[in-house]
Design a protein around this ligand. Structure first.
Ligand code: AQP
Length: 333
């Protein structure tokens, strides 16, 4: 059955292995199924919910687009665009924001985490951004949304908004209720410095993540310094849950090689840490370095990247505009 796929990545810099293994790799696999219609968005309106430097933002929008292309998203098969060039997203977010309930937003754990202790000082945008995310998805009648595990709650909110709109305005199935596509295994890649924290762009320590633009030496250095413990490599997965850093490194190795955790455990049992870390660094270099080289090549041709975004945005606006018009008619405008 053909699927309508939508997903986005914030151009907030430092795109990392977590973004790749948790989301972008899946974007590429979904594009390979010919019957799917895929739309991938650089969600720049989401990025400005926290302070951005305008020049750096501009560069990050192009860099995120380059990451999509270098990872294998093909603009002749999928629509690639940036959100700020499609005004219907903001308009749709306002209309759906009048359907969403405060209580729903108050439950969003990502806001609590990102706003921290002083939530009075967080931007209003950071609080309401899950509604914009709902509009992003619903305006394209998306059936499936590939995301990392951390976005599951926002997807549930999107489903709640769609259901409530359909119910309030008695228009059954008008807004498609989307399904999240979250990988069963290794859906949350953790920091290299702390196995209980997710790998994140905004972590102040660059050592905590493998950036998709890292070169060979940086990858080797980060894996060598990645936190581990002093116990021997495990013979089974029994005590792996207590060894979060090792579990994460095994997860990364398994995910990048498309193999199960058990296969990785069997491959390295009885071996020493340095052997495992060397093999992990080698594999990451093999898979990530070609992407990094391609990103750098693409970034030299800004006009090409801008053209892709412009074409993608006009295709996206065509679809989103029609849906917003229908929503407005239903509401009574
Ligand atoms: N550590 C992760 N493991 C698995 N998936 C992840 N994703 C992000 N981090 C991990 C997934 O990547 C997609 C794009 O994410 P995003 O950039 O739009 O937003 P984010 O989740 O806020 O990313 P970061 O890296 O955590 O940024 P900061 O530090 O700014 O908060 C999403 O599908 C996400 O699930």
């Amino acid at each position: 059955m053909s699927k309508k796929i939508f997903s986005g990545v914030q151009p907030s810099g430092n795109l990392h292995l977590g973004n790749y293994l948790g989301a972008i790799k899946n974007f590429v696999n979904l594009q390979k199924e010919k019957e799917n219609n895929c739309i991938y968005c650089v969600v720049d309106l989401h990025a400005v919910t926290v302070k951005q430097n305008p020049e750096i933002l501009k560069r990050n929008i192009r860099e995120t687009t380059a990451v999509f292309l270098a990872s294998g998203i093909d603009p002749t098969k999928s629509i690639i665009f940036n959100q700020s060039m499609v005004p219907s997203h903001s308009e749709g977010a306002w209309l759906l924001g009048c359907v969403a309930r405060m209580g729903w937003l108050n439950r969003m754990t990502q806001f609590k985490e990102k706003a921290g202790k002083d939530k009075e000082k967080a931007s209003v945008g950071l609080y309401i951004y899950p509604i914009l995310m709902a509009a992003d998805i619903l305006l394209y009648d998306s059936t499936h949304v590939p995301v990392g595990e951390d976005q599951k709650q926002h997807l549930e909110l999107t489903r709640d908004i769609a259901n409530k709109f359909n119910l309030d305005f008695k228009c059954e199935n008008f807004l498609t209720v989307p399904e999240p596509l979250i990988q069963k295994n290794f859906s949350r890649i953790m920091s290299l410095k702390d196995g209980t924290k997710k790998m994140s762009k905004s972590d102040l320590s660059d050592q905590s993540r493998i950036n998709l633009t890292d070169d060979k030496d940086q990858i080797i250095n980060k894996i060598r310094k990645a936190k581990t413990d002093s116990d021997p490599l495990p013979h089974d997965d029994e005590n792996l849950n207590k060894r979060s850093e090792l579990k994460n490194l095994f997860g990364i190795f398994s995910s990048i090689n498309d193999q199960s955790l058990d296969t990785t455990i069997n491959e390295f049992k009885g071996k020493n840490f340095s052997e495992f870390k060397n093999k992990l660094a080698e594999t990451l270099i093999e898979k990530i370095n070609p992407i990094s080289i391609e990103i750098n090549k693409l970034l030299k041709d800004k006009e090409y990247i801008d053209k892709i975004l412009k074409n993608g945005s006009s295709q996206a606006e065509e679809i989103a505009k029609r849906k917003v018009e229908d929503i407005k008619k239903i509401i009574g405008f």
